[in-house]
Design a protein around this ligand. Structure first.
Ligand code: V47
Ligand code: SF4
Length: 343
């Protein structure tokens, strides 16, 4: 396979079906090096999930609860501000949560406004396309108006969650209540058109097959050709514990293959992120040799993966992240929410 020509769907499928993990890794690593040299990016960030109460109840999600159910929680804006206080040196807050049946759109707008007022220098990466669509439905505002209003309140970028797998059959078996692929892509396209950079994800290793992964990646590549508004792609390794979907966790080989093939197919995405909360620190470090050039932050507090059996600590020091990157023969580079280099 040569890297001078763009992969087509059959090429990508052949790679998924191949057992030659070293060749796939080498190709991905070569492309990664062309785009980012030896740099590996990290951000000092803090994840916050404002509530786990969610009207959707996707079958792969062990995090969500119905209102009033045991374990359901909701944070007030003041509690979130308190969590961010005393978090020395963080450069970004990442906010995603459930679709609360009672919260008005004002909660979300005030949350962003209040965080920006208290921490003007903090990058705010918040709300998946699923949450944006929900805000539009509960407020009667169209998607563009919601996004513009959030931007005016201080939203900087959007995370890539909620994409799951785009194929409609798989999607209806996993998360029938969730917005469909077309809507997910439309929300991101509108965000890009009004100057909000976003990320994209793919949840893999549950009931989908390689063809579904390929279809998902190509739909993202097509939108990126059109808008150029995606910053990073993050493959999300399925965690089955406590979920209705059940099954087993993807193997380490599958994780590395998926990172590498994502790198190769998404030749128009600058960054591929290894999410250590899902991969563990050692496999994330190995992923840096299979096409990943970004490692999701210090994180601090994570609930979604941990509810589904995630076993990582949930929080990394900057020293540990830098150590992992250096020991992979790479150069640690601290970034902000827009990938500006700050250290
Ligand atoms: O949207 C839910 C996924 C996502 C499970 O954009 C699960 O920088 C695995 O999107 N097993 C939220 N995954 C996390 C996310 C994310 C994380 C880090 C960085 C960024 C970014 C985005 O987690 C959800 C869903 O796709 N998820 N349940 C599960 N059992
Ligand atoms: Fe709700 Fe998101 Fe969990 Fe689905 S994945 S149930 S939308 S919190």
């Amino acid at each position: 396979m040569n890297l001078n020509k763009r992969l087509n769907k059959q090429d990508a499928l052949d790679l998924f079906e191949s057992d030659d993990i070293f060749q796939i890794g080498e190709l991905a690593s070569t492309l990664c090096n062309t785009l980012n040299g030896d740099n590996v990016f990290y951000v000092r960030n803090h994840h916050i999930n404002p509530t786990n109460v969610c009207v959707n109840r996707c079958k792969f999600c062990a995090f969500s609860r119905s209102k009033g159910q045991d374990g359901a929680y909701e944070f007030s804006i003041e509690e979130i501000i308190e969590k961010l206080r005393n978090k020395q040196g963080i450069k970004e807050v990442h906010i995603v949560g459930g679709l609360h049946p009672d919260w008005p759109v004002g909660y979300y707008l005030n949350l962003i406004k209040t965080i920006k007022k208290n921490f003007p220098a903090l990058g705010i990466k918040a709300f998946t396309a699923v949450e944006i669509d929900y805000m539009s439905r509960i407020s009667g505002m169209d998607i563009e108006t919601i996004l513009k209003t959030l931007k005016d309140c201080g939203l900087d970028t959007m995370p890539g969650g909620g994409a799951e797998i785009f194929d409609s059959n798989i999607r209806s078996r996993l998360c029938a209540e969730k917005i469909d692929a077309q809507k997910w892509l439309e929300v991101h396209e509108i965000a890009h058109n009004i100057g909000i950079k976003t990320n994209a994800t793919m949840l893999y290793g549950h009931i989908e097959d390689y063809k579904d992964r390929v279809d998902h990646l190509f739909r993202l590549r097509d939108l990126q050709d059109k808008t150029g508004g995606f910053q990073a792609f993050i493959p999300l390794s399925y965690h089955p514990k406590n979920t209705e979907t059940g099954g087993t966790i993807p193997s380490g080989i599958d994780d590395l293959k998926t990172i590498a093939i994502s790198r190769l197919v998404l030749d128009n995405f600058r960054h591929i992120k290894a999410y250590w909360i899902m991969l563990g620190d050692k496999l994330s470090q190995t992923a840096l040799l299979f096409g990943a050039d970004d490692i999701e932050g210090t994180v601090m507090e994570e609930k979604i993966t941990h509810s589904a059996g995630g076993t990582t600590t949930g929080s990394f020091t900057v020293e540990h992240l830098r150590h992992l990157i250096k020991a992979a023969g790479k150069v640690p580079v601290e970034r902000d929410s827009f990938y500006n280099i700050i250290g």
